[in-house]
Design a protein around this ligand. Structure first.
Ligand SMILES: [Zn+2]
Length: 314
């Protein structure tokens, strides 16, 4: 079987394809705010919409020849269909939230979904945990989630260093993230740590669990070495990154540092398709002159999770 891995999707968001920004792009922070509002507008219809979206998305993945997927689900709606789909990979149940009084509720919500589905893992599809992103997760919730992932040996995925706004907020405490995310939704902002988002994850103990890091665009050379030293892997979603005006991930620097990099399409809310070969074509053009096309193409052939023979130390 030829491996074709799409390591970053949100299948339950496939109903938002009309929300995908044009090639000319849209800024990340207003985009994520609008996405949250579109979810609220579904009200009691959400279950039916999510279930249909997942069904369509799995057909799209299979039609593209996908064999392995790394999917994020906040609702849990993609887990059953993925376990039955014949696709291999990991479906990560997402936890996020900032309200100090609700941290246990956020954690319980994710844990209940994981505990329901993990005993039903089959066909090479595993259940994991996604801690959404440093800016959207209260530090105490981050610690609780990391403890849980460690205790249960759960595969872990974290979005990090995706937008320039996230980097600016973490380093300098001032950016659109405050006005257009925290204030817009009356969320209590986390205290800016004056660290890069990657360094923050290291300090809070996240990187030692070797998470799959989604995006990792706004990283310093030191961040890349830190990611390498912690044996984390990264998933690169260039079409989403371009459409959300997030910039170019320094793929060549990750390759020099020996960090495993996957390709992913991200959700249909920021990507025109779930065909990871189309993602690869854009990646080849984006990194032209820095990364050979063959090396970009090879990123598709790595199974998620890695199979034992791909891990020389085991
Ligand atoms: Zn994502």
């Amino acid at each position: 079987m030829t491996v074709l891995t799409n390591a970053h999707t949100h299948l339950e968001l496939s109903w938002l394809s009309d929300y995908c920004p044009p090639v000319s792009g849209a800024s990340f922070v207003p985009w994520i705010g609008g996405l949250i509002e579109r979810r609220w507008e579904l009200r009691q219809d959400w279950e039916r919409v999510y279930e249909a979206a997942v069904e369509d998305a799995i057909l799209e993945l299979l039609a593209a020849g996908t064999t392995h997927v790394g999917d994020i689900t906040l609702s849990g709606k993609s887990i059953g269909p993925l376990l039955a789909s014949g696709l291999k990979g990991i479906v990560y149940v997402e936890v996020l939230g900032l309200h100090p009084a609700r941290l246990d509720d956020y954690m319980t919500g994710a844990r209940d979904i994981i505990e329901k589905w993990r005993p039903q893992e089959r066909n090479g599809m595993q259940v994991g945990l996604s801690i959404h992103a440093p800016y959207s997760v209260h530090p105490d919730l981050m610690r609780k989630a990391l403890d849980y992932a460690r205790r249960e040996a759960l595969p872990l995925c974290i979005h990090v260093a995706e937008s320039p706004a996230e980097f600016d907020f973490f380093m300098h405490d001032t950016c659109p993230l405050v006005d257009e995310y925290y204030l817009r939704f009356t969320l209590s902002p986390i205290q800016a740590p004056h660290l890069t988002p990657v360094r923050y994850l290291e300090q809070i103990g996240a990187l030692e669990l070797k998470p799959l890091l989604a995006h990792a665009i706004h990283v310093t050379q030191e961040d890349i070495l830190t990611i390498a030293a912690n044996e984390c892997s990264v998933v690169h979603c260039p079409r989403s990154n371009l459409r959300l005006r997030c910039g170019r991930m320094p793929l060549e620097a990750f390759q020099v540092a020996g960090v495993p990099v996957y390709l992913g399409t991200d959700s249909r809310a920021s990507s025109p398709s779930l065909d990871v070969r189309e993602e690869m074509e854009v990646a080849v053009a984006l990194h032209h002159g820095r990364v050979p096309p063959e090396a970009v193409e090879a990123l598709l052939a790595q199974p998620l999770p890695p199979e034992p023979e791909d891990q020389p130390n085991e």
